[in-house]
Design a protein around this ligand. Structure first.
Ligand SMILES: [Zn+2]
Length: 135
C-alpha cells in the first residue's frame, strides 16, 4: 500500500517526519504527519484514460522508471484508495471516521480511479518548487 510522505514506487521517505504511527498500530513506523519535502521529493502528474490526471509523489531515483513500473504503482494507489473507504479498515488503521459526505466523496474517488487506467507522465516537478510556487 502507498505510504504517506514516501515514494509511491520504492517507499523511500521523501518528506521530513513530524510524527509517526506508534508501535502496535497497523501502520507502525509510517509517517503520520509530514513536514517539508526533501530535495529528492518529486511530484509526477499522471494522465488517466478519462482525461483527468492524478498527482503522485516519487523519489528522484524512481522518476525514470515510472512508465515501466506503472502496473505496480497503480496497484498501490488503488489499494490505498479502496482500503481507506472502508469504515472498518479506517477504524483498524486509526484513521478518523468519515462523516456520510466524506464517505461518499471517498467512494466516488475510489470508483473513479478503479475505472481508470494511467497512460503516461504529463509532468514532473520537484516538490520544493511546488511548495514555493504556492506560498
Ligand atoms: Zn522511489
Amino acid at each position: 500500500m502507498k505510504r504517506y510522505g514516501a515514494c509511491t514506487d520504492c517507499d523511500t521517505e521523501v518528506f521530513d517526519c513530524r510524527a509517526r504511527w506508534p508501535e502496535g498500530t497497523p501502520l507502525e513506523g509510517h509517517i503520520r504527519i509530514r513536514m517539508g519535502a526533501k530535495d529528492n521529493a518529486m511530484r509526477a502528474t499522471i494522465a488517466l484514460m478519462d482525461g483527468s490526471s492524478i498527482d503522485l509523489t516519487f523519489c528522484a531515483d524512481c522518476i525514470p522508471t515510472i512508465a515501466e513500473n506503472m502496473v505496480k504503482i497503480w496497484d498501490k494507489v488503488i489499494q490505498r484508495h479502496v482500503l481507506s473507504v472502508d469504515p472498518e479498515v479506517r477504524k483498524a488503521l486509526g484513521y478518523p471516521e468519515h462523516n456520510p459526505r466524506q464517505h461518499e466523496a471517498a467512494e466516488r474517488e475510489a470508483i473513479h480511479l478503479i475505472h481508470n487506467k494511467p497512460f503516461g507522465v504529463l509532468a514532473v516537478q520537484p516538490w520544493n518548487e511546488v511548495v514555493e510556487w504556492l506560498a
